[in-house]
Write a protein that binds this ligand. Structure first.
Ligand code: PLP
Length: 367
């Protein structure tokens, strides 16, 4: 072998020197200590008892591969949201679907349009597909600028991304804004709406994005998840509702054949059949959100008007410093990221005791 080596690196340029960030890591000195986990927008309550029992009942079948098309769960959802069964597909968390959606729509070098301030995982997705990314600044209040977004669509654009309610702002698009995006995204562009916080938006009286997208002529996909309002982040189950079976087939093609775990469908069916528990989660979340917003306002801050299970707020000094100081006190909260939002922190809703600890410690840290 005397072939001339032109590129000695076996890793694609986009993945070289990318530091791995493990958001769930517990540091050695934290082991065994009380930690208020308010950084990952998780549900602070365990899955419902019915879900736990249902999962126990299938534990003995885990020697078999599960049916990743979720034949029992799909018709339940299709019926509730009014779409054909063959327009829904599943991912190992909606996180997996984000990558798949970009993979099926944008070839390397083609363009995608995205708001600048969205969930940070999208940065990884953009590296994977190697797209040209048009990142559209958010409005001053952090909201997604839908006009600027659709104006940024060019001839090479194949994917337009919206997140509503958005992470890290917690703010949702209005009915008019969703309609604007739907009507002004050309028919050769896949319109992707990430609705990981859908149930919280509905609870807050938000618009029905799906009904608006159903009127759209061009292709669209909406993703939702069982991680948040159904208290099932650990089973990793999300779904995509698509404008056509063709999109579903493409998404299945790029996901692994056995991309779900053997507990996921059973857990989700049980959660779906336990709406009282979901209602409990949503009600409790709204109570703690109100308390956190009021507490921050009492301290003289103006939190973003979140409808979700987290609240972001400008605290007038680098958010990263406050996150570190809070972690030393046993509270995990997050930064917000984005060029114009470095003085913000993001806190996920917990149980009442977490809210108390958050407000008390934040006061101490901010002096
Ligand atoms: C906007 C957004 N989309 C998707 C996800 C991923 O959720 P999951 O993969 O648990 O379904 C998150 C998680 O926090 C999120 O904030």
């Amino acid at each position: 072998m005397d072939k001339k080596i032109t590129d000695p690196n076996h890793i694609r340029p986009n993945f070289q020197n990318v530091p791995f960030w493990n958001p769930t890591k517990i540091h050695d000195h934290e082991i065994g200590k009380k930690i208020h986990r308010m950084d990952l927008n998780e549900c602070p309550y365990p899955p419902s008892q019915k879900v736990i029992e249902a999962m126990q009942s299938v534990a003995g079948t885990l020697n078999r591969y599960p049916d990743g098309t979720c034949p029992e769960l799909t018709p339940l959802i299709a019926d509730r949201v009014g779409v054909p069964i063959d327009t829904i597909t599943w991912g190992g968390g909606s996180t997996q679907l984000l990558t798949s959606i970009a993979e099926i729509s944008v070839a390397p070098g083609q363009n995608l349009v995205t708001p600048h301030l969205i969930w940070r995982r999208f940065e990884g997705v953009f590296k994977i597909v190697d797209a040209s990314v048009t990142s559209v600044p958010n409005k001053v209040d952090g909201g997604i600028d839908v006009e600027a977004l659709t104006n940024a669509i060019g001839n090479d654009t194949r994917l337009l991304i919206c997140v509503t309610p958005n992470n890290p702002t917690g703010m949702m698009l209005s009915e008019d804004e969703i309609r604007h995006v739907s009507e002004n995204t050309p028919e050769n562009v896949l319109l992707f709406v990430d609705e990981a916080y859908h149930e919280f938006a509905v609870h807050a009286g938000g618009p029905n994005a799906l009904e608006i997208l159903k009127e759209r002529k061009g292709p669209w996909v909406i993703t939702r998840t069982f991680s948040k309002a159904y208290a099932l982040a650990g089973v990793r189950l999300g779904y995509a509702i698509c404008s056509s079976p063709e999109t579903v087939n493409a998404l299945r093609m790029v996901s692994s054949t056995f991309n779900l775990n053997g507990f996921a469908e059973t857990a989700a069916v049980a959660a779906w059949h336990d709406p009282d528990y979901t209602q409990f989660i949503l009600d409790k979340n709204a109570e703690e959100r109100d308390r956190i917003i009021a507490g921050l306002q009492d301290m003289g801050y103006e939190p973003m008007p979140s409808v979700t299970n987290f609240v972001s707020c400008d605290i007038g000094r680098p958010g990263a410093e406050v996150v570190t100081a809070m972690r030393e006190r046993g509270l995990r909260i997050a930064t917000v990221g984005g060029n114009d939002f470095t003085n913000f922190i993001r806190v996920s809703m917990g149980i009442p005791e977490d809210t108390d600890a958050f407000l008390e410690n934040l006061k101490a840290v901010l002096g």
